[in-house]
Design a protein around this ligand. Structure first.
Ligand SMILES: NC(=O)c1ccc[n+]([C@@H]2O[C@H](COP(=O)([O-])OP(=O)(O)OC[C@H]3O[C@@H](n4cnc5c(N)ncnc54)[C@H](O)[C@@H]3O)[C@@H](O)[C@H]2O)c1
Ligand SMILES: [Zn+2]
Length: 387
């Protein structure tokens, strides 16, 4: 009889990518993009395929020309593989398989190799879809992301994940694929509609609640300025939120989410469900705001979170112009159960393993729980509705 034998394998791959904050990156006088593409010091002309969010391009008619002009001015280090390609922005790019195929075909036809670059410019949805395509071609092209929404600069565009929605679930297909670099050009945010700008702030509030009381107090102080779109306050909020988010990825011990815990997804089980239930009429940030409000009250009702902290959290969400409640929260299934509760099952299935929901225990502190009580969720929904 043969003995079993095992060849054990263990190796680590380290990732190192800059998240740069700048303004007017396509100003021909700026060297920043050239430096970013040449971060490995290759000193050669880099081939770049550019994909642009159509919503962004329409709001900034000169953008494609300035990209061409930039490439022209830096022809020794930057070669456009083709004219910049426009893709639909928002939920269309993430929910239509044909768009993913189109990106893959475009990159294939351009004969992009593993050392070529994909430059994705747009909101979190476009970055997720282009990022997925880039991670699949030849098992991964170099991706530089240029997020153009508050949400994407603070959160969606700076991390290690991509994906598209499928099977009635958010991010059903996707990969973990850290980018080559991220360039947060704050000047891109000036064309963003107010509701998108405010929605993105939900992610800043989220990381403040679970990680950083000082940042939470800063957001309270800046609330009115943020609502008005003051660029200084906005930059402060985006940079701080991005820094906390990146710290979690780099030092949280589980950047590729092999475990079941996902602390940065506070408020997301409800938020994701509301997005799906509303056919994406509810935006990510607004859904997450409602999710945070309900889970905050839930934590208070469960005796985990003091009343005063609960009140501050709800007040900040509201002062920023984010919703605490939406009618979809009360939609019932034929069996008399709240439709939104399906979000718990979806959330667990996406992560695998044991259910892990993050709840705040103080401003700046959170805990993981492994079960949610339906009656208490209903009570929490009633409380946020009455606020
Ligand atoms: N990969 C991740 O880790 C991660 C994390 C959080 C969220 N996300 C995903 O991000 C998506 C949401 O992204 P989002 O909030 O950035 O919105 P979005 O990408 O859906 O874009 C919203 C709208 O704004 C338009 N737009 C983008 N930039 C603009 C600009 N500067 N000026 C004018 N219009 C502009 C778009 O065309 C679109 O119509 C969701 O699908 C969510 O699942 C991903
Ligand atoms: Zn989010």
């Amino acid at each position: 009889m043969h003995e079993d034998s095992v060849i054990r394998n263990h190796f680590a791959v380290s990732f190192d990518y800059p998240v740069v904050f700048t303004e007017n990156a396509f100003d021909p006088g700026s060297e920043l993009l050239c430096r970013t593409f040449d971060k490995l010091g290759e000193g050669r002309r880099q081939r770049v395929a550019v994909f642009i969010d159509a919503g962004l391009a329409e709001a900034r008619p000169g953008l494609e020309t300035s990209i061409r002009d930039y490439a022209h001015a830096h022809a020794d280090s930057f070669e456009l593989a083709a004219e910049p390609v426009r893709l639909p922005g928002g939920f269309t790019v993430k929910s239509d398989n044909n768009v993913l195929k189109e990106i893959i075909f475009t990159l294939g036809n351009l004969h992009m190799d593993r050392q070529s670059f994909v430059l994705a410019i747009g909101g979190g949805s476009l970055l997720d879809a282009v990022g997925l395509a880039a991670s699949l071609l030849h098992r991964g092209l170099r991706l530089v992301r240029m997020p153009s929404t508050v949400l994407a600069q603070a959160d969606a565009g700076i991390g290690v994940k991509n994906g598209i929605d499928h099977h009635g679930q958010k991010n059903f297909m996707g990969t973990f694929a850290p980018p080559f670099a991220v360039v947060n050009d704050l000047s891109l945010l000036s064309s963003l509609p107010g509701s998108e700008r405010i929605g993105g702030l939900a992610e800043a509030v989220k990381v403040a609640i679970i990680r950083d009381p000082g940042f939470f107090a800063q957001l309270e102080e800046d609330a009115e300025a943020l609502v008005e779109g003051d660029p200084v306050a906005l930059r402060r909020a985006v940079e701080e939120a991005a820094a906390i988010h990146l710290r979690q990825i780099c030092t949280g011990g589980d950047p590729f989410e092999f475990g079941s815990a996902r602390p940065l997804d506070f408020g997301h089980w409800i938020g994701h469900r509301l997005e799906i239930m509303s056919g994406h009429a509810i935006h990510h940030g607004q859904g997450v705001a409602v999710g945070m409000a309900v889970d905050t009250v839930y934590a208070n009702l469960a005796g985990l979170l003091p009343e005063a902290d609960c009140g501050r959290i709800l007040a900040l969400i509201r002062r920023l112009g984010l919703p605490l409640h939406l009618p979809e929260l009360e939609m019932m299934r034929p069996d008399g159960e709240l439709e939104v509760l399906r979000g718990i099952g979806d959330f667990r299935e996406h992560l695998g393993g044991r259910l892990c929901i993050t709840l705040p225990t103080a401003i700046g502190r959170a805990v993981e729980v492994h079960g949610m009580d339906s009656a208490r969720i209903e009570k929490a929904i009633a409380v946020v509705k009455a606020r």
